[in-house]
Structures are given as C-alpha cells and as structure tokens.
Design a protein around this ligand. Structure first.
Ligand code: HXC
Length: 269
C-alpha cells in the first residue's frame, strides 16, 4: 500500500533499530528508509542482517547491519557507537528486538522467564541508556534544536491477561513503564521524546505464527477481531512514522495500540 506520508518526512535522520532485520522491525526499517532516513539494524543472526541490508539497499536506502545481542551491554555500546561512526550521528532508536514462546506458567523455568525479560525489557533499557548521549540535541553531528526520538515496541498482552504468555506480558509491561518514565525524565532534561507502539495480531510475523492458530487468522467473522482482520506490518510502520516525524512532536510517553481495537474486544454474544 502506498504511504500517505511525504517521502522526505524523515529526510536526513539516522535510525538504529534492534530487531530491525526481520518482522515488524524490518518493515519499520524499510518505511523509515523510504521516507528519507539512513538505517542501521542490529541483530543476532548475520544471515538475517545481511539479507535485510541487501533488501534495503536494493530500494536505494542507505543501510548497514551490526551483529549484536541486546542482552550484552558491550554489544549495545559497540553497535550504538558503530552507528554514530558510520552515519555521523543518531536521531532515532527503535527497540524492536524480542523473544517469545508459548508456555504455561507451570512449565516455564525461571531462566525462561528471565531470558525474555532480559531480551525485551533489560535490552530495551540498555539500548536507551547507551544511546542517550547521542540523542541529546547538542550531541556530535546532531546540532539540532530538538532532542532525538525513541520508539519501544511492546504489545497489548498485559492490558488484561494472556494464556501462556506470563513472561512476555511481564516483559512488555516493563517496556511500557520504561517508555513512560524515560519520556518524563529525558523529555524534561533533554527534549528527547520516548513513545511506544503496542501491536496486536499482525500478519506475516513470528509473533503471530508462534502465538495464534491459523484458524483464528483465517476466520474473518471472528468476533475477537473488531475490524474483522489481522493487521499488516505496514500499519505498525505508518504509526511509527507518525510518532517519529514532526507530526508527532507533542506526543511523548504515549503507547499507541495498533491492534484494530482487539484488546478491548469480547465475543459478540
Ligand atoms: C519453554 C523455553 C522455550 C519454550 C526456551 N525456553 N524456549 N521454555 N518453552 N519453547 C527456555 C529454555 O528452556 C531456557 O531455560 C531459557 O528459555 C533460555 O533458552 P535458550 O534457548 O537458551 O535461549 P536463547 O537461545 O537465548 O533463545 C531466546 C529465545 C528464542 C527467546 C528462547 O526463542 C529466540 O531467540 N527467539 C527468536 C526471537 C523471537 O522469539 N522472536 C519472536 C518475537 S514475537 P532453562 O531453564 O531450560 O535454562 C514477539 C511478539 C510478542 O515478541 C507479542 C505478541 C502479541
């Protein structure tokens, strides 16, 4: 689908995306790039990164990949610094890296719980912490009248409760708390905006294939989907462009559900 935004809405911006090589992260990378941003993506798998960078470059997007695990502070620091070295500055950080599997609370080991908390929540904090000095308005290369922008991808699982997702619900709730607290502190101190997007069921993603049975995805009459359809990665990326661009300049500390209203919904009868 054609973007409703002008192609230069992120012109000149440099964005670093964790998990930017696949799924929702790759779509945000692609759309940010198509709207003028230079893209650095961080991920654990070299082949995934290489394929993503090639795909971005084929679209004429300036892109680079850096291998790294958000659970390792030294990786976070190295990748943030490599991004600034490569592109000269950092304007936007998107935390899209996540880990997930379905398991009952009874069968989940404490280390399984910790693993998802470490990737999603601690990883998000670590990336934000390492990026801070480069997102300040007077950071090297930025010389901007405003601070940078952080976007954290969470979910709607924790708005209620979700079967076999206790670890991910806890991790995503923590991400939303990080979003609000950093928006408060870094908004006031550095004019950095920090917002979140909470995607619902989005087609063609690892999240959906891991979590939702195919019959739910295919059943257009399913009353659990208020808009009677699964979302597209594009929907999340368009929300991300709105928040990252000047259109969202007064939006701070917000977590925008992009779920067609699903989290509100109950079966009709
Ligand atoms: C139960 C499991 C498990 C499973 C791992 N563990 N998989 N427990 N069921 N299916 C437990 C292990 O037993 C171990 O605990 C601990 O978790 C760590 O496992 P490792 O395999 O050593 O971890 P690691 O290699 O670091 O892999 C991380 C991972 C993996 C998250 C477990 O699945 C992964 O890397 N996935 C790729 C990324 C991903 O999942 N993307 C999807 C994102 S979708 P013990 O006690 O045995 O040592 C998404 C959507 C969210 O996030 C919202 C949707 C609405």
């Amino acid at each position: 689908m054609e973007s409703p935004f002008k192609a230069d809405v992120l012109k000149g911006k440099v964005a670093l995306l964790t998990g930017g090589g696949s799924g929702i992260g790759l779509e945000i990378s692609t759309q940010f790039g198509k709207h003028g941003a230079s893209i650095a993506i961080m991920g654990r798998r070299k082949n995934v990164l290489d394929d993503a960078v090639s795909a971005l470059k084929a679209l004429g997007i300036s892109a680079v990949g850096f291998e790294g695990d958000v659970r390792k502070q030294e990786d976070a620091q190295r990748v943030v610094e490599s991004t600034v070295k490569h592109f000269g500055k950092l304007d936007i950080l998107v935390n899209a890296a996540a880990g997930n599997f379905l398991v009952s609370a009874e069968d989940l080991s404490p280390n399984g719980f910790k693993t998802v908390m470490d990737i999603d929540s601690v990883g998000t904090f670590t990336m934000c912490h390492e990026a801070l000095k480069y997102l300040k308005k007077d950071a090297p290369g930025r010389n901007s009248s405003s601070g940078g922008f952080i976007l954290n991808i969470s979910a709607t699982l924790h708005y209620t409760a979700s079967w076999y997702q206790i670890h991910v619900s806890a991790a995503k709730a923590a991400i939303d708390a990080l979003t609000r607290n950093l928006a408060l502190e870094w908004g006031a101190d550095y004019d950095i905006r920090v917002n979140g997007i909470a995607p619902g069921p989005i087609g063609d993603t690892a999240g959906l294939s891991k979590l939702a049975p195919q019959e739910i995805i295919n059943d257009n009459a399913n009353d659990r989907l208020p808009l009677y359809k699964v979302g597209e990665k594009w929907d999340v990326a368009m929300a991300a462009i709105y928040l990252a661009s000047d259109a969202g300049k007064y939006v701070n500390g917000a977590v925008m559900p992009v779920d067609g209203g699903m989290w509100l919904s109950k079966p009709r009868y």
